[in-house]
Design a protein around this ligand. Sequence first.
Ligand code: GAL
Length: 430
Amino acid sequence: MRRQWMAAVAVTVAGLLALTACGDGGGDGATQSPQADAKKKVEVFSWWTGPGEADGLKAMKEIFEKQNAGLEFFDAAVAGGSGDKARALLTTKLQAQTPPDTFQGHAGAELQGYIKAGQLEPLNFLYDELKLKDVFPQQLIDQISVEGQVYSVPVNIHRSNVMWFNPAVLKEAGVTEVPKTIPDFVAALEKVKQKGKIPLSIGSEWTMVHLLESVLLGSLGTDAYNQLWTAGSDWSGPAMTKALDDFKTILSYAGDPADDWQPAAKQVADGEAAFNIMGDWAYGYFHNPPDGGLGKTSKTDFDWAPSPGTGGTFMWLSDSFTLPKGAPNRDGAVAWLKVAASKEGQDAFNPKKGSIPARKDADTALYTDYLADALKDWGGNKLAGSIQHGVVVNDAWRVAINEAVGLFHGDKDVAALQKALAEAAKNSGQ
Ligand code: GAL
């Protein structure tokens, strides 16, 4: 625990230094070159620095700068997949009342946390001006609203429960059918192990929580999973014990943890590993040309299916952008939100990001290959919300789950994990 805490402090301090360095040039442009002085910077805070995801941000930045000649996009992204590091730093910045102009926040419980803390401006003025209530699905607007006030602009829909696999590695191991259930998955993992390849690739700690949410969904079933976030939730019963046993079994086939999700996904694309369970940002990374992605060939170098036991359910999450109270360049932030909300912005961002648009009126011709499947399933599947990516739990609850899974990775004690998860649910105050 102490090590983890110290690591978190180190990250926060490092991040603060990085941002302070950047921040000198942000906001009022006081210390910039004469050329940059002419433009007012808009500090956009995200965690999209890595291969694949940075491509999407770049595409939206280009539109923003084209449409706003007097503004300069200032990239305040903090490295680290899924934003755990970025959010730790953001908390410090918000508490110190030095917010960026706009920041990324997941629709759902995570965003509700910022709203309850009074850190965001409502955006109804923008929704009215741009008629956004007509273009976003109502169930998504509900996730970013409190008492009729809407607090963010969703830019995409990602799917969390995707199983990526390497067809050649499966073939070589004698896995003739893509596993649809957890027992079939375990049998396939065992076959790959016998062949000496990595059965399941895994990344840093958050990727294990990402795996856990897919295993819970697949083992408990969609209705029971969705009940975990309601008043009548049952974290202590035998179905949960069974799901956590499944998690233990599946995790026992994982290779050494890679540094983050990209190197773990790459093991599949390179034929070193058979499977990786990861959100569909992995598609952008696999598919984008080599200056940002891996430039791999779909269905040959990589293929996909719903994670085992979750066919027919779309475990969703949505990246959205906010207007923090006290944003130094509020007008610039609103200009960014307008691009993020627009059809043009979403259709530039999402095909690169590996996500589908939050808007209902996007140009479907742009969403081919994996993305066509995602669009179809988003329209027709049952829905479940992601844990790690902020839909069903607020940040404090997510941190408690991350800590429990981190300990479990060391001790493999299912009873202790179940107890810690039940306590996290009880103490969540959500
Ligand atoms: C998620 C985020 C995605 C992607 C992923 C990996 O939390 O919503 O857009 O960035 O993390 O970093």
